[in-house]
Design a protein around this ligand. Sequence first.
Ligand code: 8IG
Length: 275
Amino acid sequence: MSYEDIRAAASAIAGRTGHDRHTLAIVLGSGLAGYARSLPGAVEIPYEEIPGFPLPRVAGHGGSLFSANVGGHPVLVFSGRVHTYEGWDLDDVVFGVRTAITAGCGTIVLTNASGGCGDGLEAGDLVLITDHLNLTARNPLTGLNDERLGPRFPDMSDVYTTALRSVALETAAAAGVELKQGIYAWFLGPSYETPAEVQMAKRLGADLVGMSTVPEAIAARHMGASVVGISLVTNLAAGISPVPLSHAEVQETADAARERFTALLDALLPALASA
Ligand code: 8IG
């Protein structure tokens, strides 16, 4: 994936939507894929109609970009993402975020479902990501650096922009949706962690364990965009929970939390789009 591929994808989006620039982009995690269709004036562009776009291969992960109007601002909504555990290269994993920023988005909202290991976290909790641990030893920026995207050694001291976290916490409180805070640790997957690995992550400072979000956050900061991360704890991580993890539990929790998550996003997106 080259800079030219990213530019071509951004031009295709401008052509299809009639918007030269979008303000904000949100990546919907598993369980949230339907959210895009609830937004006013949503125009759907299937990923296969965007040149260079990687196509999700996991059942239930969707696969379209939407352009919608949020509080008078044109917003891009990615419904479905690709993961490293599917075998994708990291430059494919971050292609959507790079395209969105090239299409004008100064803020990227990354959502995901995760396992909880922090004290006091329960399945169903919504958690604002305050920072991350990259436990994969992989990075989307390895290889030659394209200076048109960003610097060789980008700073990562405030990946999840402090000022926007304040906006998120205030907006959640005003909307009456509980929003906890925590550090997200990125594991490659697709197997869930062992209990020992969860204890390791927890002792290193993790509250959440998951298989996404971090590469996109790194790529977004590289390009100078602001990042907001929100995680839905769909299960307690291995060994924290007395019962083995199951994908069915994950889906049940996601279903039960969808209304709260949607209410949070309905309040948060207009606030962030105008921040
Ligand atoms: I949903 O417990 C979900 N995604 N790594 N661990 C990791 N990813 C997850 C988990 C989990 N739950």
